[in-house]
Design a protein around this ligand. Structure first.
Ligand code: F6P
Length: 359
């Protein structure tokens, strides 16, 4: 088979396991006699006259890379090339420049590691520029359809579970109700999984409406049972009781969820008279070493992605289904957004354990 030159990029928010996936791609490509080029900061570097990239060799990917959090290539979750924010405040379609950038690098194929937002952009770019593209799903939110799990989710849940393990003894020492706000964007997967694994009494997720009265009843029942502490997990996108969103505005007017933990804390303290404290876990869920599950998933995804290139199967995303690696159409995966299944095992398990979901 002719020597190929494949590009790899990470796009969207980082998470643990991205480097492990890149390492797998580099090793597998090397075994096939191909060259791997790492694009710096996702597609952003392709906007430069001379796109910034790194030739990735197996030796660069030994040692710490498998274990390291973040992405050695850098990434961005801003700057959609189809509506790119310009210094004068206007939006410009710069997709043509990105396609030119791909061409300048002489790539036979590109492996994009991203979430559904990144895939939507990469798919459009691939169609516009006739670029051979394969996707590897990553997101701590675990909301990409057609794959049971994505790189980064397992680590995020482990971090959130460990936070509950650390909150429980301090809650018990001070007779407190501890509220842990976790990430997940519009899906409650992290809250639900970590809440069950970490022994929460209440789990609030965006998919289920709650009332403060119901949560207060649960906390009251816990206290009346003779236990002096309670643990509440709340997903960042849970709204106020009146249905309004809680957001923070960051640099450039970027909005992100934030504040629901403090809202619930105040309301619960008013309703029950118990002392509450809030922990907002934030980006801690994205950093640090990947769990063994994320390393395995990343390794299997990286190998499969290269093999798809070898088979000439493009427009595909690698996926995990029924204990197997498979490939699915990126288009279908983007359409099949996956939030929490209200009739699924996780929700049933939580309810069967007596955990309040606030409803
Ligand atoms: O999508 C991953 C995620 O970590 C979400 O859970 C969170 O809402 C968002 O990204 C935070 O984005 P940023 O890193 O831009 O603050």
């Amino acid at each position: 088979m002719a020597k190929k030159r494949i590009g790899i990029l990470t796009s969207g928010g980082d998470c643990a396991g991205l480097n492990a996936a890149m390492r797998a791609v580099v090793h597998r490509s090397h075994i096939l006699g191909w060259e791997t080029i790492g694009l710096i900061n996702g597609t952003a570097s392709l906007l430069d006259e001379n796109p910034e990239f790194r030739i990735l060799k197996p030796n660069d990917m030994s040692g710490t890379v498998l274990r390291a959090g973040g992405t050695i290539l850098g990434t961005t979750n801003r700057g959609n090339p189809f509506a790119f924010p310009m210094p004068d405040g206007s939006l410009k379609d710069r997709s043509g420049e990105i396609v030119d950038g791909f061409r300048k690098l002489g790539l036979d194929a590109v492996i994009g590691i991203g979430g559904d937002g990144s895939f939507a952009i990469l798919k459009r770019l691939a169609e516009q520029g006739n670029i051979n593209m394969v996707g590897i799903p990553k997101t701590i939110d675990n909301d990409i359809g057609m794959t049971e799990t994505s790189i980064g989710f397992d680590t995020a849940v482990s971090v959130a579970t460990e936070a509950l393990d650390r909150l429980q003894p301090t809650a018990a020492s001070h007779d407190r109700v501890m509220i842990l706000e976790v990430m997940g964007r519009d899906a409650g997967h992290i809250a639900l999984a970590a809440g069950i694994a970490g022994g929460a009494d209440v789990i609030l997720i965006p998919e289920i409406s709650y009332s403060i009265d119901k949560i207060a009843e649960k906390i009251q029942a816990v206290k009346e049972s003779g236990r002096n502490f309670a643990l509440v997990v709340v997903s960042e996108a849970v709204k106020k009781e009146d249905g309004s969103k809680l957001e923070m505005t960051y640099q450039g007017g970027e909005k992100r969820y934030g504040g629901i933990g403090y809202y619930v804390s105040q309301k619960l303290s008013d309703a029950t008279g118990y002392e509450t404290r809030v922990t907002v876990l934030g980006h801690v869920q994205r950093g640090g070493a990947p769990t063994y599950n994320d390393r395995l998933l990343a390794s299997a995804f990286g190998v499969k992605a290269v093999d798809l290139v070898k088979e000439g199967k493009f427009g595909r995303m690698v996926a995990w289904q029924n204990r197997q690696i498979v490939d699915v159409s990126i288009e279908d995966a983007i359409k099949a957004y996956q939030d929490v299944d209200l009739d699924g095992t996780m929700v049933q398990t939580a309810r069967a354990l007596g955990i309040s979901l606030g409803d």
